[in-house]
Ligand binder design. Structure first.
Ligand SMILES: NC(=O)C1=CN([C@@H]2O[C@H](COP(=O)(O)OP(=O)(O)OC[C@H]3O[C@@H](n4cnc5c(N)ncnc54)[C@H](OP(=O)(O)O)[C@@H]3O)[C@@H](O)[C@H]2O)C=CC1
Ligand SMILES: CC(=O)N[C@@H](CCC(=O)OP(=O)(O)O)C(=O)O
Length: 330
């Protein structure tokens, strides 16, 4: 039995992973935490999320005492907090010997030079960062098992990399073009004008400047054009990607490349059939669909995930299970 503290549990991803951990026989919840002065401290999680009325846990303020109790009693912490909050908490818990599963972007780049530009802070913990592993579950299983600091990928990078990594060896110098639409929960639970009901309307944002572009490019080993869009739905991401493949590539070559996922429980690949967001919402699955034009060498591959699940909480759960080998204990 592994005991897990969840910090940022009142947020969308934090509440989601709380429900997943609560449902696992071999995991227990050490406690749910919000910031020390949170308006929600002391409230039952179910007051914020009546859908979780079966979870009778309250939100605790993350005081210094609480942090020390977590170190003494928890095997791991999940950080479902903003990048700038995770930056410090991840380093502190990691240095105390607690395994850290960070849903933020604070440890996703191994190069410290990337942080000021994309996250607006200088990374103060290069020695901790050096131990961090990128938690793309279907690709980095061995490393996730070994490191006690897992940087769980962003939602758009999960959708994009799951689609592109199998065909990375077939790409040319032509940058793959990723157009992705996300539901509004991708922006988190806090009130913001651009995510309010009357403001949301399908539109691109972060054009040629979203922080997930370098995250995808770094992990793929190839530059990409990435354009995110905010859609007027709550959950889910659909990334539709166009890529020019090497001259002489056949449809069979592409099919063979996607066979990488033949043994992957959560990734489904279809040829000439394209995924829908509704089919993956509330699930841990990624649905891929592709079509290849041998005459022009262009591939279109679409990838659908639930941003709060495969794009955050359920991928963190995959990492937790890999790391602790929870399934093997059952
Ligand atoms: N939403 C999504 O689809 C995805 C999000 N992510 C990443 O996951 C992280 C969480 O995102 P999301 O759930 O959307 O965010 P939310 O804004 O919904 O939730 C943030 C949580 O952090 C808490 N919090 C804020 N400051 C502190 C602090 N100093 N100490 C402890 N808790 C704190 C908040 O509670 P309070 O303010 O009351 O203290 C709240 O519980 C972010 O880094 C995000 O980038 C990654 C992939 C997908
Ligand atoms: C719709 C929306 O706003 N989505 C978020 C991405 C959420 C996510 O995956 O984020 P992190 O890399 O921040 O962890 C955004 O574009 O910033």
């Amino acid at each position: 039995m592994k005991n897990i503290a969840i910090i940022g549990a009142s947020g969308y991803t934090g509440a989601q992973i709380t429900s997943l951990i609560n449902a696992e026989a071999n995991l227990s919840i050490q406690g749910l935490y919000v910031s020390e002065n949170s308006l929600d401290k002391g409230k039952p999680l179910s007051e914020l999320y009546p859908t979780y009325s079966h979870i009778s846990l309250c939100l605790n303020p993350l005081t210094e005492d609480a942090k020390h109790t977590i170190v003494a009693t928890a095997d791991a912490v999940v950080l479902a907090t903003d990048h700038a909050v995770s930056l410090h908490l991840a380093a502190w818990f990691y240095q105390q010997g607690v395994a850290v599963f960070d849903l933020s972007g604070a440890y996703r780049f191994s190069d410290v030079a990337q942080y000021p530009k994309w996250y607006g802070f200088t990374h103060e913990y290069p020695e901790v960062l050096a131990d961090a592993v990128y938690g793309l579950a279907e690709w980095n299983c061995e490393q996730i098992g070994k490191s006690k600091l897992i940087a769980v990928p962003g939602c758009y990078p999960t959708a994009s990399l799951t689609a592109l990594k199998p065909i990375a060896h077939l790409l040319t110098d032509v940058f793959p073009v990723i157009n992705a639409v996300s539901g509004v929960t991708g922006a988190g639970r806090k009130a913001q004008l651009h995510t309010s009901f009357c403001e949301v309307s399908l539109t691109p944002y972060g054009v040629l400047g979203h922080r997930h572009q370098p995250e995808i490019a770094t992990q793929l080993g190839q530059e990409v054009i990435f354009t995110p869009h905010l859609g007027n739905f709550k959950r889910g991401i659909l990334a539709t990607i166009t890529a020019k493949l090497k001259s002489g590539t056949s449809t069979d070559d592409v099919a063979k490349a996607f066979q990488y996922y033949d043994s992957a429980e959560l990734v489904t690949v279809k040829h000439n059939q394209f995924p829908k967001v509704d089919d993956v919402v509330q699930t841990a699955n990624c649905h891929l669909g592709w079509k290849f034009d041998e005459a022009t060498g262009y591939l279109v591959v679409a990838s659908a995930i639930d941003n709060l699940m495969k794009g955050a909480a359920s991928q963190a759960m995959q990492c937790i299970k890999i790391h602790f080998d929870v399934l093997a204990e059952q």
